[in-house]
Design a protein around this ligand. Structure first.
Ligand code: C2E
Ligand code: MG
Ligand code: MG
Length: 757
């Protein structure tokens, strides 16, 4: 009984949550306009666009019977039944009077009333709209048909035997509805019931008790009953299932008779008695198993949606709460998706509720197929689903991109027509998303954000998704446009290599670094620092990396036939995703073979992040390539993990001092110390040391003074297209290009001071 009441209370709580979401949504839309006077309020809520708004809000929520805006004088200003509304005055209704006398925006639940036209019973939940001074301007209210509750009570009651009932009370013990329905009891307060005894007199939130108020009689004998009143979580309601004592004790009585029989038997015949006892044990065990199963069934019902078997709002909120707690401890972003089936009401109205139910079940199944195992899909309202995206990424932009990818997948999965009972349906969904990370947020706040985002998606034309955070939305859209353009550019070969000279003191050109260039639509050049990470995240790094290797090797092959160029090395950047690919070694060797380039002229620039994982595998790949003559340079040294152990274990030919250290070498003694330390380290390990980002003579002079002999930077040349680079190389060899001669370093007092360090 306790589980049954828990399940019923959960159903009520879910239903009311859904209705309150609509009510609060309408209240938010009106208060966002900040009306100050009665006229301002009227002119907004009485408009035709407000009518469309309320129609739209209720169309997605089949439990809402009507939504209404009421003016300060009690007149209906707008409602969903017709536009413009007929003259109806509600100033004598309990909710109107309650709000008039109680300031503040708290929601009020009305008495149930019978609609004279349709005969159906409805109760209202309402909120007062105030101006900034707290003066009342009017009301917003939504009506909920009691059928939403009585239909499910009827289904559940079937299994509860004769004399069972289920009642839903407001927390002042006003009966809102009941199964079996009783017109004489509904709408009346009952202060003598078992519900009143448990909740008001004993002050409990739930209990299972015998009730001596025996209305039920069998053959004129009053029957005692068992009642399980329970307060509904978060809302001022109480639900009470009642069953007859006879039904409740049926199983127990059966067992009691059986135990008595067994005792008699065991006294008269020991042997058969023992045997009987064994059987008895078996029977008791079976009974226990059955009870446990029933208990589990109830537990499942209390935490899952009856129609789709997906987790319900209660379970989902618990999981969301746990996820928020995890995020507060670890640097990880998770996401919440709120999803609403567009035009669901239309399908329900035109095809019937059974078809609507089947559609929702199928939507649930498709959603499950779109998410990862660690994610949770729940049904949280009529046609509303929520998805918890667990552990998306530690970086918010990437987390947003992942959430967007899942939303895209959902949109496409639901765009495939549904075949239900042989009929083809087409439906779309509106999706609102919000991300959360270490900054604390609450379940309510996240639901609200995702709901607002979903509402934006709906009002922007449905069948789309929207982030709660506008900046995030913009970033995600830009990223996705860039990925699209890059994919196109890879296919149409819009990338090129530029070559930046590498110089050894006093002025010898020793080679070049190949740097990828992309001029996107309209001649806009996009930096590799932007598109390389994107290419890594989207898998486009493979075709791009292959293009770079292939082009660089053809260039080397071409240079081998040119007298002034044959001795030059060409450095190629390798990203970590590219290096990790199992066929990386084959790809490099294949490019060398196809083009006929000399392997000892090819230098691969690796970053520290590549070396930080799976060292044995990295070692294998490097030594395979080294066997053919390929050399290695460690790029951007000092910015990554900078573990000295891999320098010892891997044979690296060159250290490249990152440009960020070189940039400030003249102004920041710490940077100068780092550059000196890296140079000493490289030289003592027998490596060549090259400084990138050399822009001034002073920087070069300092580098020379600490014995760094190789340079790359704008001081010598920017990266050049192939033809320009070749001209540059020829001019250098023939002495046409004069490199700047550095001023002697020890003339500068600032540098002297650095060197003294
Ligand atoms: P990186 O490998 O460290 O390349 C050096 C970067 O420094 C280049 O930027 C170059 O133009 C820039 N640079 C050179 N001298 C100077 C200077 O004196 N001052 C300043 N301020 N900058 C200088 P770029 O071409 O924008 O490339 C940025 C990064 O993108 C590269 O850094 C590299 O990590 C990546 N990248 C470029 N091409 C490729 C490629 O083909 N494959 C891969 N995986 N990554 C690439
Ligand atoms: Mg590089
Ligand atoms: Mg670099």
């Amino acid at each position: 009984m306790s589980n049954l009441s828990l399940m019923l209370a959960e159903h009520a709580s879910q239903t009311l949550f859904s209705a309150h979401t609509v009510l609060n949504g309408l209240h938010d839309v009106v208060t966002e306009q900040k009306p100050q006077t009665e006229d301002e309020f009227k002119s907004f809520v009485a408009s035709e666009s407000a009518h469309r708004l309320i129609l739209d809000k209720i169309s997605v929520n089949p439990i809402i019977d009507v939504a209404t805006f009421v003016g300060l004088d009690g007149h209906v200003l707008n409602f969903t039944r017709s536009y413009p509304p007929p003259p109806i005055n509600l100033s004598d209704r309990d909710y109107f009077l309650a709000h008039r006398t109680n300031p503040g925006p708290a929601a009020y639940t009305s008495l149930p009333v019978q609609n004279k036209g349709t005969g159906s019973w409805v109760f209202y939940i309402s909120r007062r709209v105030d101006n900034s001074r707290g003066e009342m301007l009017g009301l917003v209210l939504v009506g909920i048909s009691v059928k939403v509750f009585s239909e499910i009570y009827e289904k559940v009651s079937k299994d509860l035997g004769a004399g069972a009932s289920i009642s839903l009370y407001r927390d002042d013990f006003m009966l809102l509805t009941r199964w079996p329905f009783s017109e004489e009891l509904v709408g009346k307060q009952n202060l003598t019931s078992a519900t009143h005894r448990v909740v008001a007199e004993e002050g409990k939130t739930n209990d299972v008790i015998f009730t001596d108020i025996a209305r039920l009689t069998v053959g004129n004998v009053p029957q005692a009953r068992i009642a399980a009143p329970r307060r509904v979580d978060r809302y001022p309601f109480i639900v009470t299932p009642v069953i007859s004592e006879e039904h409740y004790l049926h199983g127990w009585r059966e067992m009691l008779w059986w135990i008595l029989g067994l005792a008699v038997l065991s006294l008269t015949l020991l042997f058969w008695g023992i045997l009987g006892l064994l059987k008895g044990n078996h029977r008791v065990e079976q009974e226990l198993v059955e009870r446990k199963l029933a208990q589990e069934r109830f537990e499942h019902l209390a935490h899952h949606d009856l129609l789709t078997s997906l987790p319900n709002r209660r379970l989902f909120s618990d999981q969301l709460q746990r996820c928020i707690a995890t995020c507060a401890r670890r640097p990880i972003h998770c996401g919440l998706i709120f999803l609403d089936v567009d035009n669901f009401k239309e399908i329900n109205d035109t095809q019937g509720h059974d078809q609507g139910d089947l559609l929702l079940q199928e939507v649930g199944r498709r959603l499950l197929a779109c998410v990862r195992e660690e994610d949770t899909v729940a049904r949280v309202g009529g046609d509303e689903f929520a998805i918890l995206l667990n552990k998306l990424d530690s970086e918010s932009n990437l987390a947003a991109a992942r959430a967007k990818a899942i939303a895209d997948k959902i949109t496409s999965a639901l765009a495939i027509p549904f075949y239900i009972g042989g009929v083809r349906y087409h439906t779309t969904v509106s999706i609102g998303m919000t991300l959360f990370g270490m900054t604390t947020s609450s379940v309510e706040e996240l639901f609200k954000h995702a709901d607002i985002a979903m509402y934006h998606a709906k009002s922007a034309g449905k069948n789309m998704h929207q982030f709660f955070d506008a900046k995030m939305q913009l970033k995600v859209e830009e990223r996705s446009a860039l990925v699209g353009a890059m994919r196109q550019a890879v296919a149409s070969g819009d990338f090129a290599l530029h070559y930046q000279p590498l110089i050894r003191a006093p002025g010898t050109l020793i080679g070049a670094e190949a740097l990828l260039r992309w001029s996107a639509e309209g001649g806009r050049s996009v930096s590799p620092a932007v598109f390389i990470p994107l290419a890594e995240q989207t898998g486009l790094i493979k075709p791009l990396g292959n293009f770079v290797l292939e082009t660089a090797c053809s260039t080397l092959a071409r240079w081998s036939g040119m007298a002034d160029m044959a001795q030059l090395t060409l450095a190629v950047n390798v990203s970590s995703q590219q290096f990790k690919m199992p066929d990386f070694v084959d790809t490099v060797l294949g490019a060398l073979r196809r083009t006929g380039a000399r392997a000892d002229r090819l230098k691969l620039e690796l970053t520290e992040s590549i070396l930080a994982h799976d060292l044995p595998n990295v070692q294998d790949k490097m030594s395979l390539l080294r066997r053919h003559g390929v050399t290695f340079s460690l790029d951007d040294f000092g910015t990554g993990y900078s573990s000295l152990s891999y320098l010892r274990e891997l044979s690296i030919d060159q250290l490249k001092i990152d440009q960020s250290f070189v940039r400030d070498v003249m102004d920041d003694p710490n940077q100068a110390t780092i550059v000196r330390a890296i140079t000493n380290l490289g030289i003592s390990l027998g490596m060549d040391v090259i400084a990138e980002g050399v822009e001034t003579q002073a920087q070069m002079a300092f580098l020379l003074s600490i014995n760094c002999q190789s340079f790359q930077g704008f001081l010598f040349s920017r990266p050049l297209p192939l033809e320009d680079f070749e001209r540059f190389a020829v001019d250098t060899v023939h002495g046409v290009t004069q490199f700047p001669t550095p001023r002697p370093v020890d003339k500068s007092p600032k540098i002297e001071c650095i060197l003294e360090h």
